[in-house]
Design a protein around this ligand. Structure first.
Ligand code: FES
Ligand SMILES: [Fe+2]
Length: 414
């Protein structure tokens, strides 16, 4: 019998989850050379179009050049380091830094320096091009890598994913951007990732939000370093959503995308190491992990929902930002009694567990339930009694955790 995953066991040392030196090594060997979701190809369709993004503390931008090719650069002027572009838009014929107007061609080459003769004599332009980054496109979505020549080329990184393709086309106009929220969690990024690929906890921690997704009723499939998740609760092909999720979303009036009744594509696509995609019959969700420090992780979650085809979902019917659609997009928040509610798809905002005025298990939101657990794990990582016991075997249990840890170790080393 071939196994989808190796027999699960804990491979990473305990201090890898809270040690600053570990995070510094992860930056050098993994994050500084990893592929991360950056935006939509439709937003950089015409020459001069650009979008900005970041990978941890590296500011980057993607530009459609005058020959029609996509390029990526570090958003760092070679004069005094100002960001050269902001937000998204079109640079026109050249990239102009707003500070002293050093001007770069779309190739990144430094083209013009104001008052060059008087102020500098001359500037060695050939040594002062914008620093290149790398860019790739898959399914209409743009990915960047801070490294100009990544050790893992984009095609290699994304290989195999097409076998698990989803039908959503974010450039086709049948989905509209619904908003974003940032979750801030007091845990190491790996604690969150391991929880996200743990199929064993779903039917227990999330019994009220995701339903009885016991280890034999959900499955992770490995795709290179990535993993994709399906519900196997129903007869027939594995599906993107749990039975309870579908009941909540449909019951709350969320519009389904036309033709998504069967939804036989993955519900969660964990793209190692920082990107989570979640296609569903009710929309499309992208979440980006941002390790802030060794014990703090932010997750920026963006959502698209059907632009037509039914009643516009109410805020309560929108997905819980995170990586799957579940009812409960509005969370009751402190201060108690003020009536303040936290619309996870309202204005961009940061959500922390402390903001809740209800117990996480009462939130009706599986993302909040996960944050609650991850912070509990993180606290106990410092206990002298902490030890990882036996892990549950199987692709709908804890085996994907070991697969993830193998990838971390391949980058960071033992
Ligand atoms: S920092 Fe960009 S021109 Fe001076
Ligand atoms: Fe979870």
């Amino acid at each position: 019998m071939t196994r989808e995953f190796d027999t699960p066991r804990q491979l990473l040392p305990r201090d890898s989850y809270f040690d600053d030196e570990w995070l510094a090594r992860e930056r050098r060997t993994l994050f500084d050379r990893c592929w991360v979701w950056a935006g939509l190809e439709a937003d950089v369709a015409a020459p001069g179009d650009f979008l900005t993004t970041r990978v941890l503390d590296q500011q980057l931008f993607v530009l459609r050049d005058d020959a029609g090719a996509l390029r990526a650069f570090h958003n760092v002027c070679r004069h005094r380091g100002c960001e050269v572009v902001e937000g998204k838009g079109n640079v026109g014929k050249a990239i102009r830094c707003p500070y002293h107007r050093w001007t770069y061609a779309m190739s990144g080459a430094l083209r013009a320096v104001p008052n060059e003769d008087a102020c500098f004599g001359s500037v060695e332009r050939e040594r002062l091009s914008l620093h290149a980054a790398a860019v790739g496109v898959h399914e209409g979505m743009v990915y960047v890598n801070p490294h100009p020549e990544p050790p893992e080329p984009f095609e290699e990184w994304i290989a195999g994913l097409d076998e698990h393709a989803w039908p959503h086309d974010l450039g086709a106009g049948d989905l509209k951007f619904a908003g974003e929220v940032t979750y801030e969690m007091r845990c190491n990024w790996k604690v969150f990732y391991e929880n996200a690929v743990d199929g064993y906890h779903l039917g227990y921690l999330h019994d009220r939000t995701l339903g009885p997704l016991y280890p034999d009723r959900n499955v992770w499939r490995r795709v290179g370093r990535h993993a994709v998740w399906y519900s196997t609760e129903r007869d027939g092909a594995p599906q993107s959503s749990s039975v309870l999720t579908a009941r909540f979303a449909d019951g709350a009036g969320a519009a389904r995308l036309p033709g998504h009744e069967a939804a036989a594509y993955p519900g969660v696509v964990m793209l190692f190491p920082l990107t989570i995609l979640s296609p569903s019959p009710w929309g499309f969700y992208v979440s980006i992990l941002e390790p802030v420090d060794a014990e703090t992780t932010r997750m920026r979650a963006m959502s698209w929902e059907p632009s037509a085809g039914g009643a516009s979902p109410t805020a309560d019917a929108r997905g819980s930002a995170g990586f799957s659609p579940v009812a409960g997009g509005v969370l009751p928040c402190k201060p108690e009694g003020s009536g303040r509610r936290f619309d996870v798809f309202g204005e961009p905002s940061v959500m922390r567990l402390d903001d809740l005025d209800t117990h996480p298990l009462e939130s009706g939101n599986f993302q909040i339930e996960d944050m609650w657990i991850c912070e509990k794990i993180q606290r106990n990582l410092h206990s002298p009694k902490f030890e990882v016991g036996p892990l549950a075997d199987g692709p709908g249990a804890e085996s994907p955790i070991t697969h993830f840890q193998q990838s971390v170790l391949e980058h960071v080393g033992g």
